[in-house]
Write a protein that binds this ligand. Sequence first.
Ligand SMILES: NC(=O)c1ccc[n+]([C@@H]2O[C@H](COP(=O)([O-])OP(=O)(O)OC[C@H]3O[C@@H](n4cnc5c(N)ncnc54)[C@H](O)[C@@H]3O)[C@@H](O)[C@H]2O)c1
Length: 382
Amino acid sequence: MKKFKVGIIGLGFIGMVHLEALRRLDNIEVIAVSETDLTKAKACNVKKVYEHWEELVADPEIEVVHNCTPNHFHFAINQACLKAGKHVLSEKPLAMDSRETFELTQLATANGLKAGVNFAYRYYPMVQWAKDLIRTGYLGKIKTVHGRYLQDWLMFDTDYNWRVEENLGGRARALGDIGSHWCDLACYLTGLEIQEVMADYVTILPVRQRPRLKVETFQQQKADTEPISVTTDDWAAVLLHFEQNVVGNFIVSQVSAGHKNDLEIEIDGSLRSLFWRQEDPEHLVIGERGGANHTLYKDPAVMPEAVQALTHFPSGHPEGFPDAVKNNFIQFYSALQEQPTAQEQATADYPTFNDGHRITKAIEGIIQSSVEKKWIQIFYER
Ligand SMILES: NC(=O)c1ccc[n+]([C@@H]2O[C@H](COP(=O)([O-])OP(=O)(O)OC[C@H]3O[C@@H](n4cnc5c(N)ncnc54)[C@H](O)[C@@H]3O)[C@@H](O)[C@H]2O)c1
């Protein structure tokens, strides 16, 4: 089995999740990191530490780069990696707008490189089981998809993160940060594209107190602040039209007290429905019209074979967010293996830059809809 030499740029909240997940895979060697905070980077015990991301991208030993920087760096870093002939696994969003994300998809294809996105929620074991149930017709014909993704970590005007600033995080904040995951999950599970959207996009806290010192993601620092005006969304409600006359809706919020990382999705079919919640990831609720509702528990002993490949612990041993990220990397690196084993071939299905681009288009349509107060059709390049 080939062992890939990998570099990670950005070691904040999610960068550390990438590092840990990659260290759990035996076909990966993380040989370099780049991080503005050099003390943090040096503490990671990785062979090479670069102060500037350009140096990491120029390192000929590195084959794959994981881009875990704040959003406004994504385009430049992703583009530079692809131009340097390196495969990329980028955090979402791939870039700040769909013109940039499209350019990246074109560049990856032209250079024959693998380019993945960390839409990791796809790879919880019970989401994989849900996908298999839908694929095999257990729900019947899909009719509606609905849900929500709620958080509370930005609910006070004293809560600050670079994401709230449009020039650093992009126009879509709750929508881009967490709504993008919900949309990807809805499209992935149903296999359907979002075709039309109608939305209400709201900035509930138009002024926030920005600390004069740096604040880590999900952390708080309330002393010594300055007021800034905020134009990004704290909350949004979206109606969706998918292909095949499937309808849907979801809300996102980063100001809903008590909800930490509360992604929920429900899919209604002509025979049954299913419901999954990220904060209770080992269960999948099946809704019945003519019989008793029931709950499936994660249990590799009874799960379909296709799902077992991404289930690593026995029943009763919960698998969560770090495991889903690891599973996404298993998918991505399986696709990179030159001579994949049968199992690697079977699991080489990963979220691509094309998926990232299409979700960016949908989110842009959602914002446009709220501004213009009408349904917006999403046009995807063919
Ligand atoms: N897929 C997911 O579930 C998920 C979860 C969280 C974050 N994210 C995405 O990951 C990205 C990072 O988010 P985060 O929450 O980890 O942010 P963060 O602020 O916690 O971390 C960003 C890190 O990048 C470093 N950095 C900034 N500029 C840099 C540069 N030029 N070169 C090298 N390092 C630099 C910062 O010092 C910081 O340590 C965002 O794009 C976000 O959307 C994805």
